[in-house]
Design a binder for this molecule. Structure first.
Ligand SMILES: Cc1cc2nc3c(=O)[nH]c(=O)nc-3n(C[C@H](O)[C@H](O)[C@H](O)COP(=O)(O)OP(=O)(O)OC[C@H]3O[C@@H](n4cnc5c(N)ncnc54)[C@H](O)[C@@H]3O)c2cc1C
Length: 485
């Protein structure tokens, strides 16, 4: 392949300043946040930085004609290797697609290019007193396009849900460079056609490059309160939440942490105050919860919720700093140096996770197996957090988190052996292998254990959108790390 000739062709089509080929710039795209040693970083031959859908279409058409792989990259905070280049590929850096096209306050929708970060989009919407409640911790860097492509979790999942609850339509550039809008204008409910916009949820850049989308948005709640409640078991916390929803209360966020993860917050408290918070020995689970709305409603919800949770063995945590450290790490991101879990832990070792969906009745069983598999593979436990991710129901997305030193190739191997055992266990417990990271280059191939013959149908669908298999080839369907021997 004559890289310079093809780069020139793309420059002629979309403009000189939007195409780079030097290794200095290419290096910055060589990896994402998935645990991988430096031997597993890869360089693209050409980086394209489009500003419009038309730019993307022209670049992909040229790539398709020459049958060169195309990898779409965004904030590179993905944890599954989805945006890691295939050697010699063209990387489409979507971050320049960052314009908000229309805010429609009357119909509560926003139409935007998708390379904008989640944080920036919300800064724009706040000018109208509106917000998009999708709220990952990575929001300063992660983009709207990746939120669709990875089906990410949000702090506010139990009230607002996931991307499928917001996505009205999107514009896709297919593997042939065709530009198609999928979805239903500004209607959230429709029974016409096929819901092909939803097919792009979790497609991880294998079916097309998403360039624009229209999302449902909401008025910013006037008042917010946060609470932390300890329980004698994870089961008690979940039963308490079921009761809260049964009572008709609408809560904004609900995260159930295991005892190990509770240790993070007590650690942060100890670092700040030089003493332990008052947490009794029996505490085996910690529920963080938030309420948003009008003051009277929040007031009532908070009191009634605490009463119901108390009936299920819950005890309110009095130390506001402990409760606050959750909110800072999840939502406001006001990290206090050396007092928060992220900066300290990330300096030494990387955060890695098996992100499983487990039926609620089997979470404690899964937790026991998590402790067993971390010991088996000699991995440091960070802790389990059960994030509720469906509106007004108990829809768990569970992070079974560990620490990985990815400067050590052996530790990376142990990590993926752990992910493999955990993923298999999730399917055996009638759950799913991934809830927010995606297949990327880790679960592909092995995910046949979950999907069986359905994988053949998925590959047929891929052919429709990408006949020459240039879009993120291998991702989702092959694994670098996990083999099914
Ligand atoms: C510190 C930290 C905290 C995190 N917190 C959360 C969290 O709270 N919740 C959560 O769910 N995840 C979280 N993540 C994971 C990560 O942020 C998400 O997976 C996010 O979607 C990645 O966004 P990105 O813009 O960095 O995408 P990238 O990593 O660049 O890409 C991710 C995937 O999306 C594809 N893609 C990106 N843009 C497009 C597009 N326009 N069209 C087609 N395909 C596209 C890429 O090809 C790739 O497969 C966290 C990660 C880190 C490092």
């Amino acid at each position: 392949m004559d890289v310079e000739k093809i780069a020139e062709e793309i420059r002629a089509a979309i403009g000189k300043d939007k195409v780079v080929t030097d290794s200095f710039h290419s290096m910055t795209y060589s990896r994402d946040w998935s645990p991988r040693p430096s031997t597993e970083t890869h360089l693209p031959s050409i980086v394209v930085r489009p500003r419009t859908t038309d730019d993307v279409s022209k670049a992909v058409s040229i790539a398709n004609r020459h049958e060169i792989p195309v990898v779409t990259a965004a904030g590179l905070t993905g944890m599954g290797g989805g945006a890691v280049p295939i050697d010699g590929c063209i990387v489409i850096d979507s971050k320049g697609l960052d314009k908000v096209i229309e805010v429609d306050p009357e119909n509560l929708t926003v139409t935007t290019q998708v390379g904008i970060t989640v944080l920036k989009l919300n800064e724009e919407l706040s000018k109208y007193d509106l917000w998009w409640p999708h709220d990952p911790e990575s929001k300063p860097s992660s983009t709207v396009g990746a939120a669709i492509s990875c089906d990410n979790d949000s702090t506010f999942g139990i009230k607002y849900g996931k991307i499928g609850d917001y996505l009205l339509n999107l514009v896709l550039v297919t593997g042939t460079g065709d530009i198609v809008r999928f979805g239903h204008r500004k209607a959230l409910c429709s029974s016409t056609g096929y819901k092909l916009h939803w097919l792009m949820i979790n497609a991880e850049g294998t079916l097309g490059v998403i360039t624009e989308c229209t999302l449902k948005i909401f008025p910013i709640p006037k008042e917010r309160r946060i609470e932390a409640i300890i329980f004698p078991s994870v089961k008690n916390a979940i039963q308490g939440l079921i009761r809260v929803l049964q009572a008709g209360l609408c809560i904004e966020s609900a995260h159930v942490n295991c005892k190990k993860r509770l240790g993070f917050y007590t650690h942060a408290y100890r670092m700040k105050h030089g003493k332990d918070p008052e947490i009794p020995e029996w505490a085996a689970a910690l529920l963080f919860i938030s309420f948003g709305g009008d003051e009277e409603v929040v007031d009532f919800s908070q009191k009634y919720c605490l009463k119901l949770l108390n009936e299920h063995g819950g005890q309110r945590v009095k130390e506001v700093d402990l409760t606050g450290s959750w909110w800072k790490s999840k939502h406001t991101l006001e990290f206090e140096p050396f007092n928060q879990k992220w900066p300290d832990s990330q300096r030494q070792k990387k955060f890695g996770a098996a992100d499983l969906g487990i039926p609620i009745g089997r979470i404690e069983e899964a937790y026991e197996k998590y402790l067993y598999f971390t010991e088996k593979h000699q991995i440091d436990v960070l802790g389990m957090c059960v994030y509720m991710q469906r509106p007004n129901r108990i829809g768990p997305s569970i992070s079974f988190a560990v620490f990985v030193n990815d400067m050590d190739p052996d530790e990376v191997k142990h990590f993926y052996a752990y992910v493999k055992d955990m993923s298999k266990m999730a399917v055996d417990l009638e759950g799913t292998m991934s809830t927010y990271i995606g297949d990327g280059d880790r679960l592909g191939g092995f995910n046949q254990y979950e999907h069986g013959k359905a994988i053949d149908y998925m590959l047929q669908i891929k052919k429709v959108f990408d006949p020459n298999n240039i879009l993120n080839p291998g991702k989702k369907f092959e694994s670098k790390w996990i083999k099914d021997e």
